[in-house]
Design a protein around this ligand. Sequence first.
Ligand code: 13P
Length: 249
Amino acid sequence: MRKKVIAGNWKMNKLPNEAIDFITELAPLVKDSKNEVIICVPYTDLFYSLLHTQDTNIKVGAQNMHFEEKGAYTGEVSGEMLKSIGVEYVIIGHSERRAYYGETDETVNKKLKKAHALGLKPIVCVGESLEQREDGSAKEVVTTQTKLALEGLKKDEVEKTIIAYEPIWAIGTGKTATKEDANETIKWIREKIEEIYGKDVSESVIIQYGGSVKSSNAKDLFEMSDIDGGLVGGASLDAQEFAKIVNYK
Ligand code: 13P
């Protein structure tokens, strides 16, 4: 039985004092949840978030990392740096990074390999654009992104990778994929993983849905057979709303 994993992606939001206030409000609301609760925060909030989540069941993640250990990469942060302060999760290949910062399937793959080598748990994002959805290539696009992201990983690494299926047209738009649609695409991704890595891997790998998840649609989405939780943007910025999503039952 796969666990539900609910991760908030704060994107470029919240100063450290706001992060601390959020955690203080969220912690008692989700303390009894059997779902995995993660907040992926800006780099400047990581250390404060780690300190303030110490005695809670809230896990902390970053939103990106470099694949090199160190060097002349102005403005970048390495996986080693994240690991050194106790970060557990890292989002890799979010569509905003692919669209605005030149992230490619190749860099996503390098980052995934590096994250696993360091024992960081990656949440890798895949998803089609509206144009790709309309021209009928959505499944092919997510299959290619998934295969290229996971290329060269060992079976146990694939098993430990969280995949977030985030259709780009549903991000920040208020448009959610229907639960049937999201489930069908996630099932499809799972089938492709089975073809390459076998049934044990495909049945245990966590695949989330992301794109305008909120407390009013979380239950419908997360109760589908193949949707193992969500990667939540806007609705993860409010502790009460995010807690309702975590405690969706
Ligand atoms: P929204 O929930 O704001 O649509 O964002 C989704 C997302 O990009 C999470 O990574």
